[in-house]
Ligand binder design. Structure first.
Ligand SMILES: [Zn+2]
Length: 204
């Protein structure tokens, strides 16, 4: 019997009673697992294995997909009506597209847990996405002007190159848009991050 602490990142109905879940395991990275009987009302695992909930699980590895045997819920996010469902989709999208099957990454796992135990607002979700991209080598630090390399007055953002632009380069080229003081809350930044992520997905 194997064990892991996992967050469910995808859930697909498989037969009348079963589901195939994609989980992100703290120790075993992303993997698919079959949850037999989970669609039945009486299933003990049913409430523990909802999308984005985190549980301590036991599973059996035989031929084919591993089979979920037991689960104990650690945390389930509270989906309030105030919550922006786009943010949930953003998290699921990046996890499903970027995590590599069987590659464990405990740093990303911890980052995910801290977002899941927050109120999953745009600022946190954007920070999480940026950290994940950096962690996996798809993004450089946002600490200098993409045009001149300067570190002063990085107040503008060029969504075409997905980087910061300093005030003096902006004055010369007028490429980019002015950011608010917190870029992670900025809707321009959120949209260009969405686009940047889709672009990478198309390329990989
Ligand atoms: Zn510059």
């Amino acid at each position: 019997m194997s064990r892991d602490v996992v967050t469910v990142i995808k859930s697909v109905n498989f037969s009348e009673a079963d589901k195939i879940l994609t989980v992100f395991g703290k120790y075993n990275g992303k993997f698919a697992i079959i949850a037999k009987g989970i669609r039945k009302i009486k299933s003990k695992n049913r409430g523990n294995m909802q999308t984005l909930s985190t549980s301590d699980i036991s599973y059996y590895e035989g031929k084919g997909l591993p089979i979920l045997t037991e689960s104990q819920l650690i945390h389930m996010p509270e989906f309030t009506p105030r919550m922006n469902t786009d943010n949930i989709e953003r998290i699921l999208y990046i996890l499903n597209k970027f995590l590599v099957e069987g590659d464990s990454n405990q740093r990303v796992f911890r980052l995910l847990q801290s977002v899941m135990t927050s109120d999953i607002d745009t600022e946190r979700v954007n920070k999480f996405r940026v950290q994940l991209l950096k962690e996996l080598g798809f993004l450089q630090e946002f600490d200098k002007c993409e045009s001149c390399g300067g570190e002063d007055k990085l107040e503008f953002f060029d969504s075409n190159i997905f980087g910061l632009i300093c005030k003096s380069c902006y004055t010369k080229s007028s490429k980019g848009v002015k950011l608010s003081s917190n870029i992670y809350r900025d809707s321009v930044f959120t949209e260009s991050l969405d686009k940047y992520i889709k672009k990478i997905v198309d390329e990989i």
